[in-house]
Design a protein. Structure first.
Lengths: 230, 228
């Protein structure tokens, strides 16, 4: 099963797609990246993910797998001989799954809210406050999961590092576009340090794109967000 | 010896999410203590302490360590009691991914449907969901009795917990939702699931749920009056 062709419908501007790419880097598995323009969805994407029509989609031996966290677990299980992504202990796995779901539930929405607020200072401040609350909760989660080590996963990056770290893309964009620093040293010192370690990790380096390239995309994306729906 | 003190479930017979956990524990023949939470009235200190992030049931407490979120708990049960009883998730990674995908879809669909005030919109979403799940059932079951194949599994649990509530919606709304002529696969599955040993003593029937629903509305009305 592991020797069949591996394709990822993704994009370097998507944190969700970044998760898949980081996981394959950890497992040292080669894949073909089919770059998707999410502002103009391809037939391949619509066919591979008819329910959500979103990236990433992993196509393994012609079978599509959707939803980034589902894909992460699939990669971990299929390429089990590579470095593990999820912890081995059932309780630690449950905790990792819980926090990854929390991140998708709370953190993504609040980042979108910050970008959407634009110049509306009141709205922006409210969204930033919410984001900070989420990060303070995650700072505490980090203390418990890392047990004094560099990552949520321990000495090496794992499921929860990938789940949160993939959003560092957007944390940078928010910093450049909105002048807001979401993860900063005095508020969430452990996450601040973790972010540096994560971004410097070999599995992550070539996945998180240069901020300028992201900014280009972000500007178009945000313009669309702020347009009142017709 | 303490009666099953090492496994506690903060939950309620009336909560489908709690039912998921009960179904999983039953499949694995794990003894546990059900601590009934009156979740519709207020959150107990015990619940807030065990689940500070969401303050919701169910919470599984195993050897004093809490696990939250029903689907996370079901996977935990499968992994913590590997080798005891049947596997809840399929063994093949692709089938596991498909099961997780659809379970996530069910919860996401529910969340968006419950956000809708308008009945027509809710019914529309439910029927849309059933249409997709009918297809999913055909693919996952491969002609067998359950999503999990010959045996009840993860996706059966994830969806099956709502069957009593679907019946209640039909009674209140007066329309057939899980229509055998539109969704023959799902309708057949629903009947089999509800009469399965695992589900029989756990899933409340529609009348019991209706009674509970009435009680909740009365309790909430009383709380509102008291607050005014």
């Amino acid at each position: 099963m592991g020797s069949e062709e591996v394709k990822v419908i993704g994009s370097c501007v998507s944190p969700f797609a970044a998760r898949t790419m980081i996981a394959f880097n950890i497992k040292c598995i080669e894949y073909e990246l089919i770059e998707e323009n999410i502002l103009n969805k391809s037939d391949l994407l619509l066919k591979s993910n008819p329910i959500y029509k979103k990236i990433p989609v992993l196509i393994h031996g012609q079978r599509p797998i959707c939803e980034s966290l589902v894909i992460l677990q699939y990669i971990d299980e299929v390429w089990a001989s590579g470095p593990p992504i999820l912890p081995s202990d059932p309780y630690d796995r449950a905790i990792a799954r819980f926090w990854a779901a929390y991140i998708d539930d709370k953190f993504f929405a609040v980042q979108v809210a910050i970008l959407k607020a634009g110049g509306e200072e009141g709205q922006k401040a409210a969204a930033v406050e919410k984001a900070t609350q989420v990060l303070v909760v995650l700072e505490d989660a980090f203390t418990k999961c890392s047990k004094g080590r560099k990552f949520f996963g321990g000495d090496r990056i794992g499921y929860l590092d990938i789940a949160l770290g993939s959003f560092l893309l957007w944390v940078r964009v928010i910093h450049k576009m909105c002048g807001v620093s979401l993860i900063y040293e005095c508020k969430t010192p452990k996450l601040f340090q973790w972010a540096q370690h994560f971004s410097a990790d070999a599995a992550v380096q070539d996945v998180l794109p240069e901020t300028d390239k992201l900014l280009e995309f972000a500007q178009v994306f945000v313009a669309k967000l702020r347009k009142p729906s017709g | 010896m303490a009666k099953s003190a090492s496994v506690q479930l903060l939950g309620s017979w009336a909560s489908p999410f709690s039912n998921r956990v009960q179904l999983a524990l039953k499949l694995k023949s794990v003894e546990y203590e059900l601590v009934e939470e009156a979740f519709y009235v207020s959150k107990s200190d015990r619940l807030v302490k065990a689940n500070p992030v969401y303050q919701k049931i169910p919470v599984l407490i195993h050897d004093e360590k809490p696990v939250c979120e029903s689907l996370v708990i079901v996977e935990y049960i499968d992994e913590a009691w590997t080798g005891k009883g049947p596997s809840i998730l399929p063994s093949d990674p692709y089938e596991r991914a498909i099961a997780r995908f659809w379970a996530g879809y069910i919860d996401e669909k529910l969340e968006t449907a419950s956000g809708d005030e308008e009945k027509f919109a809710v019914v529309g979403k439910v029927l849309e969901g059933f249409a997709l799940l009918e297809e999913a059932f055909a693919k996952c079951s491969k002609g067998k009795a359950f999503f999990g194949g010959d045996e009840v599994g993860y996706l059966d649990i994830a969806l099956g917990c709502f069957l009593g509530w679907v019946k209640v919606a039909e009674i209140i709304g007066g329309g057939k939702l899980l229509d055998e002529s539109k969704f023959p696969g799902l309708a057949g599955w629903a009947e089999r699931f509800l009469s399965h040993d695992v589900a029989k003593d756990i899933l409340p029937d529609a009348l019991k749920i209706l009674e509970f629903f009435g009680k909740v509305q009365a309790a909430r009305a009383a709380a509102t009056t008291a607050a005014e």
